[in-house]
Design a protein around this ligand. Structure first.
Ligand code: SAH
Length: 342
């Protein structure tokens, strides 16, 4: 079966050429408004023909958890029964959707629950668009855009699903659909250097975030297997190239792990690494999910950020939202998979 949300509006015009012209836009609107065949006025023969070959709604809400702070965590079921996560965060300046790009992940980061069962498969561009549609329609009128920002910081490595993520970027910014500004999108990568160079050429105005989490390769290799492929120095060079091509500051994500990467010396090294770059450091407190890694205390985290600031680095501690509902990457999915098995 093929998925209709994988098609751009122009592709739908081609695909549905034998029907009246406005049908393509009707289908495109249904995709954006998270409507299924029985909710739109189409001739019966058209519905029958389409239904036999194409899925209109590839995603359903399987479970919703609502945090005390208003954060909503969704477990979504794909048409092939795979589960993915999505988070809806309410903030003063607007609402942010944090979405997944893959079912599972193969990057193997030690602290991350998304990778525990490896990579199952990539999400298609349409599945990623439909993720947004379904969560959008659950948070207000389906004909409104009920969010202001999207972060690709859920499960999966966006640059390991490069082509589909690029197609999704074009779908989500399409003026006929959600018409989201590129500036309101952040993409987080564990640092696939070859893809950073490739992406730099496309000149998207999005915010590129890199999960650094260590200031030397030896430490990084202990927590992120990708460090065996790319050195920190290579990531920094790639980002400098990116910054030369794109006039948008990059963001480093730095998750503090007790006695691993949280010393004053680490703060000093981080300031050396980022010297002269148009960047910001997002310091995160580890969300412990089993394993042996321990979190740095809040107090120490604030001291780490202060040290960075004193060294002239733009850095803030990321406010943790939804920690009472398995807030971090892949935790709810991992827990549900375990429960469903037992
Ligand atoms: N694969 C991409 C995007 C997904 S993870 C990447 O690596 O950037 C999004 C962010 O959440 C990353 O910075 C990741 O390192 C962080 N993260 C994952 N698990 C976490 C945990 N248990 N506690 C805190 N941050 C976590």
């Amino acid at each position: 079966m093929k998925i209709l949300s994988d098609y751009t509006l122009d592709e739908l015009y081609d695909l549905l050429a034998k029907y009246k012209k406005f049908r393509a836009k009707q289908i495109f609107d249904a995709i954006i408004q998270a409507k299924d065949y029985d909710e739109i006025a189409l001739p019966k023969n058209m519905i029958d023909e389409l239904k036999s070959e194409y899925i209109l709604q590839p995603i359903k809400i399987y479970k919703t958890l609502i945090s005390k702070d208003g954060t909503k965590k969704y477990l979504l079921k794909l048409y092939d029964d795979n589960l993915i996560e999505c988070v809806f965060l309410k903030q003063n300046y607007g609402n942010t959707i944090c979405m997944s790009t893959q079912v599972g992940c193969r990057m193997g980061c030690k602290f991350c629950a998304s990778t525990q069962n490896g990579l199952i498969r990539n999400l298609s561009a349409g599945e990623m668009l439909s993720t947004i549609s379904i969560v959008n329609s659950d948070n207000g009128k389906c004909t409104d855009r009920n969010f202001t920002n999207i972060v690709l910081m859920g499960s999966g490595e966006p640059f390991d699903n490069y082509d589909n993520v690029i197609k999704w970027l074009n779908l989500i910014t399409d003026k006929n659909g959600f018409h989201l500004s590129e500036r309101n999108i952040s993409l987080s990568t564990c640092g696939l250097v070859d893809k950073i160079y490739k992406f730099a050429e496309l000149k998207y105005n999005i915010t590129l975030c890199v999960s650094l989490h260590a200031t030397d390769d030896e430490t990084r290799r202990k927590i992120m297997p990708i460090a065996n492929r790319f050195k920190i120095k290579e990531i920094i060079e790639a980002l400098k190239y990116y910054l030369n091509k794109n006039n948008r500051r990059v963001v480093f994500e730095y998750c503090l792990i007790k006695d691993t990467n949280d010393s004053y010396e680490n703060a000093k090294e981080l300031s050396n690494l980022t010297k002269g770059m148009n960047c910001h450091v997002n310091v995160i407190c580890l969300n412990v999910n089993g394993g042996t890694l321990k979190a740095t205390t809040k107090k120490e985290a604030y001291a780490f950020v202060k040290k960075l600031n004193d060294l002239g680095v733009s850095a803030t501690l990321r406010r943790s939202q939804g920690s009472d509902i398995e807030g971090a990457c892949g935790m709810l999915r991992a827990k549900t998979l375990k429960e469903n098995k037992s």
